[in-house]
Ligand binder design. Structure first.
Ligand SMILES: N[C@@H](CCC(=O)N[C@@H](CS)C(=O)NCC(=O)O)C(=O)O
Length: 211
C-alpha cells in the first residue's frame, strides 16, 4: 500500500492512525501541499480532487479519508473502528463527521488561500476564522463525548473512527492556539492516546516529509 500524504495534513493523519491500528504496512509518498505538488498533472490523473490522503492499494486508488477508513475497517476488521450495531454505528459516524465534515472543510488549505488571496483577509483574520470553526464544533463535541464516551474514548470503551478524527483535529487546534482548556474531556482523550503506538507513529513530526 502506498499512502499519498503530507506530514501536516490532518486528513492524512487520520488514515495514518487507522493503518497503524490495523497493523497494515504502507509506504508514504509525500505530496508537498504548500508547494502545490497535489496540483501536478500526474497527481490529478490519479485523484482529480487534488487532495491527500490518497491510497493506492495495489493499483486500486481510494480517496476521502472517511471512505478510506471505512474501506480499511471492512478489509481488516480487527480492531473494529466502526461499530456494527446500527445506533452505535450512526453515533460514532456522527462524531467523526462533526470533525471531518463540519470543521475540516472550512479550514483546509484551499479555503484559507481563497480567504487570503481573493477576499483579502490578512493572516490574523484567517487564523481567527480557523479558531472560530473549531470552537463552533468542539463545544458540541465536548458535550457529546461526555455523554457517549468513557472519558478515555469518544464513544464507548474502545478506539473508534471518532478518536481517529479527534486526535489530528486537536493537534491542529493547538497549532493554531485555540484555547483547548474549554474542552477538558476532548483534551483528556487526546492526551491519553498520545503515547499509543498507532497514534504516536502517525504524528506529523515523525513523518518522512516533516519539516
Ligand atoms: N474530506 C477530505 C478532505 C481532504 C483534504 O482537503 N485534504 C487537504 C489536506 S488536510 C488537502 O489535500 N488540501 C489541499 C488543498 O486544500 O488544496 C478527506 O477527508 O480526505
Amino acid at each position: 500500500m502506498r499512502l499519498y500524504s503530507f506530514f501536516r495534513s490532518s486528513a492524512a493523519f487520520r488514515v495514518r492512525i487507522a493503518l497503524n491500528l490495523k497493523g497494515v504496512d504502507y509506504e508514504t509518498v509525500p505530496v508537498h501541499l504548500t508547494n502545490n505538488e497535489h496540483r501536478a498533472a500526474e497527481f490529478l490523473a490519479m485523484n482529480p480532487q487534488a487532495t491527500v490522503p490518497t491510497l493506492d492499494d495495489d493499483g486500486t486508488i481510494l480517496w476521502q479519508s472517511l471512505a478510506i477508513i471505512e474501506y480499511l475497517d471492512a478489509r481488516y476488521p480487527r480492531p473494529p473502528l466502526i461499530p456494527q450495531e446500527p445506533v452505535a454505528r450512526a453515533r460514532v459516524q456522527a462524531l467523526a463527521q462533526l470533525i471531518a465534515c463540519e470543521i475540516h472543510p472550512l479550514n483546509n488549505l484551499r479555503v484559507r488561500r481563497y480567504l487570503q488571496a481573493e477576499l483579502k483577509l490578512d493572516g490574523a483574520a484567517v487564523d481567527k476564522w480557523y479558531r472560530h470553526w473549531i470552537a463552533e464544533a468542539f463545544a458540541p463535541l465536548e458535550a457529546l463525548v461526555s455523554r457517549y464516551g468513557n472519558g478515555r474514548h469518544c464513544f464507548g470503551d474502545s478506539v473508534t473512527i471518532a478518536d481517529v478524527c479527534l486526535v489530528p483535529q486537536m493537534y491542529n487546534a493547538r497549532l493554531f492556539k485555540v484555547d483547548v482548556a474549554a474542552y477538558p474531556t476532548l483534551v483528556r482523550i487526546v492526551d491519553g492516546l498520545r503515547d499509543e503506538p498507532a497514534f504516536a507513529r502517525a504524528a506529523p513530526e515523525l513523518q518522512p516529509d516533516a519539516e
